[in-house]
Design a binder for this molecule. Structure first.
Ligand code: FRU
Length: 499
């Protein structure tokens, strides 16, 4: 018998545990403006939604350990997408149909009520198999959720012929022309990923609609966490493929997050992809989920971690693991996807006039006033006479994280090989650095680099390229310096601390 079926989980028990144990968390690597669990483990964002005037973020949560375990849904809300208020746990694995875990899912408002559609991983059957089914919970106040008696609302009997019963998860619900739909991750018998589409008039009774998109052998073994939406007239499908093969500088992590752009044929209900692109060229970004808010913004938030590698806050006994990225607004500008970091600017305190034109030529320098481990570094650099620029972040005597720009190759890079704690994992050699070739020449480099206590997020030219990585310096590391070959003319260099 598994441990899961011996222990009676409930939201009450989880809430009590959190209240009594959140004091055990070690603050050293806690991020200050990224959503993190009060104690215990966090993975995927779930049920990201605006409801009754606030942004609600649910997440995969194991309160009792800093490791993944029986999944609950943690819950927090925010009005500015930066300060998050913890709310009571929304779901616990307390029913036969979700006893092995309340896995990822999404939220939607209907007639003033908030509905959560999530994956229940069932108790083991006679053969010891845990099935994945889709379940519904509803709330009238956005705080307390009741699982509906019709659960599971999408049982395994509703699967099409060629679909695994144990890899069927992560429903993302949306409305299209008066009908509710959900995309769900699935695996076909040839070990490829596919996305299934179901439809419903009332969120309770669902019927199979189509195989929305089927992957090929070259596209990974399972596509987790699908999300479908229209953005600026384009049909967009985001998903998180496991083991999408490396392709040049792209898809270097074990698992990736991909945006497919294409068109849905609503007669056959199939998605016809025209292109695929990786969403983040860093080392830690997975399972993103989006919402559309009342300002019409498509906002996406991802888990700022990667499966299959060490989680130092767990191995060091810090009592917590996992943060979300800064929420990013997605837009198409001149045919390019841009991911604008949102929310934080308003919370930063401008520290006087620390922006002026500075020229560096074949030198390594610090810039007075530019220092810190939590805040925003903004740079505008004329690169017309530059060869290479290295930006050293989180620097101390022995450690630094490097963001680099190579003019000739038009390449932006991030390197955490000297950041601090070395991360090992399932990969023979987990990547420690990544690069991305920017589209179009850069005589002018614009970077917004967000630092938090264990994270670095690099946005190039308003998020045309994004690179995210966790870093764990072993000693205080607040230094920032610049080294260039050739000439770098800083027209703006500002560090704005988060206070
Ligand atoms: C993705 C994922 C989902 C699943 C959840 C379990 O990170 O594996 O497919 O629902 O995490 O915690």
């Amino acid at each position: 018998m598994s441990i899961q079926s011996q222990v009676a989980y409930s939201t009450e028990r989880a809430n009590r545990y959190i209240a009594e144990n959140k004091g055990i968390v070690n603050p050293l690597y806690r991020n200050r403006y990224h959503a993190s669990p009060p104690v215990g483990w966090m993975n995927d964002p779930n049920g990201f939604v605006q409801y009754q005037g606030a942004y609600h973020l649910f997440y995969q949560f194991h309160p009792y350990d800093a490791k993944w375990g029986p999944m609950h849904w943690g819950h927090m809300k925010s009005t500015d997408l930066i300060h998050w208020e913890d709310l009571p746990v929304a779901l616990a694995p307390d029913q036969a149909y979700d006893r092995f875990g309340c896995f990822s899912g999404s939220a939607i408002e209907r007639d003033g009520k908030l509905y959560l559609l999530y994956t229940g991983v069932t108790e083991a059957d006679e053969e010891g198999v845990h099935h994945q089914v889709q379940c519904l919970a509803v709330s009238e106040d956005g705080l307390h959720f009741d699982k509906v008696q019709q659960n599971p609302v999408i049982p395994i009997a509703a699967l099409p012929e060629d679909a695994s019963q144990i890899d069927f998860r992560d429903p993302k619900v949306f409305e299209h022309e008066g009908m509710y739909y959900t995309v769900i991750a699935s695996k076909a018998s040839d070990e490829t990923g596919q996305i299934l589409l179901y439809q419903s008039e009332d969120l309770v009774e669902w019927e199979f609609a189509s195989v929305f998109l089927k992957g090929t052998k070259e596209q990974g073994i399972m596509w987790e966490c699908p999300d479908f939406f229209q953005l600026d007239g384009k049909d967009c499908l985001i998903f998180s493929p496991m083991q999408w093969p490396q392709d040049g500088d792209d898809y270097q992590n074990l698992n990736s997050s991909v945006l497919a752009v294409g068109e849905v044929d609503w007669t056959t209900k199939q998605f016809q992809p025209a292109s695929y692109q990786e969403l983040d060229h860093g080392l830690d970004y997975y399972a993103p989920q989006s919402l559309e808010d009342d300002k019409g913004r498509r906002i996406c938030i991802g888990w700022m971690q990667m499966w299959g590698r060490d989680f130092p806050t767990d191995t060091l006994g810090h009592g917590w693991t996992g943060s979300m990225t800064i929420p990013r607004e997605l837009k198409w500008v001149d045919g390019q996807l841009k991911q604008y970091p949102i929310g934080i600017e308003a919370k930063l305190v401008q520290q006087g006039e620390n922006s002026r034109i500075i020229t560096l030529e074949d030198a390594k320098e610090t810039i007075p006033g530019i220092e810190g481990d939590c805040g925003l570094l903004t740079l505008k650099v004329d690169t017309s006479e530059l060869d290479n620029l290295n930006i050293y972040l989180r620097e101390n005597e022995n450690e630094r994280t490097v963001v680099s720009f190579n003019k000739e190759k038009n390449e932006l890079g991030i390197d955490r090989s000297t950041s601090g704690i070395e991360l090992k994992g399932e990969e023979a050699t987990p990547p420690v650095s990544r690069k991305v070739t920017l589209a179009g020449d850069r005589d002018y480099l614009e970077l917004a680099i967000y630092l938090d206590h264990s994270s670095v997020e690099v946005f190039e030219r308003n998020g045309e390229a994004v690179m995210t990585a966790n870093v764990y310096p072993t000693e205080e590391a607040t230094g920032i310096s610049f080294e260039c070959s050739g000439k770098a003319v800083f027209e703006e260099a500002t560090f704005t601390p988060f206070v």
